[in-house]
Design a protein around this ligand. Structure first.
Ligand SMILES: Nc1ncnc2c1ncn2[C@@H]1O[C@H](COP(=O)(O)OP(=O)(O)OP(=O)(O)O)[C@@H](O)[C@H]1O
Ligand SMILES: [Mg+2]
Length: 147
């Protein structure tokens, strides 16, 4: 039924649970699993920028992000690893999360996207985070929202 499953992770417990669901689905359907995280370019205060420049750490804008992004993907891969038969690839993109996820789905013909209902935000009143709300509305594939 599904051949290409995408799981979008932001490091939150919800998104890591969605990796477990996605990897089990990938195993059942014989699908490939892509774990995608969208990194936001960091906004630095002028003082912090000065510090990074003086330490020559500003060469690439992604320098500050990388360790964090890597951590998110490592954790996600660990959760997916219990399913040894599943082929897992990881992708890092930069930009606005919901739009970037939807563009990736369209561009690479993802059949099914698996995401958490909530993420790292702390808006307890909302049932769905803004990224899960937008992706379920705008993605042109089946979307599974993991609670
Ligand atoms: N930067 C991201 N990269 C990849 N997936 C993401 C990203 N942000 C969110 N997601 C996915 O969307 C799910 C829901 O997160 P979302 O950001 O919508 O909730 P939230 O952080 O609680 O709310 P908000 O961001 O609106 O304050 C996550 O569990 C994850 O699957
Ligand atoms: Mg969020």
């Amino acid at each position: 039924m599904f051949k290409k499953i995408l799981c979008a992770v932001d490091g939150s417990e919800h998104s890591l649970r969605s990796v477990e669901v996605a990897s089990e689905m990938a195993e059942k359907f014989g699908a490939t699993l892509t774990i995608l995280t969208v990194a936001k370019p960091m906004k630095l205060s002028p003082k912090l920028k000065e510090f990074f420049q003086s330490e020559s750490l500003m060469g690439e804008a992604t320098y500050v992000l990388e360790p964090m992004t890597e951590g998110v993907l490592d954790e996600a891969k660990k959760r997916a690893k219990s399913r040894e038969t599943v082929r897992v690839e990881t992708v890092v993109l930069e930009g606005q999360p919901a739009r970037t996820i939807c563009d990736y789905i369209k561009r690479t013909k993802v059949d099914c996207a698996v995401i958490g209902s909530r993420g790292l935000g702390d808006l307890e009143a909302a049932l769905l985070g803004s990224v899960s709300h937008k992706v379920t509305s705008l993605a042109d594939c089946t979307v599974v929202v993991v609670k």
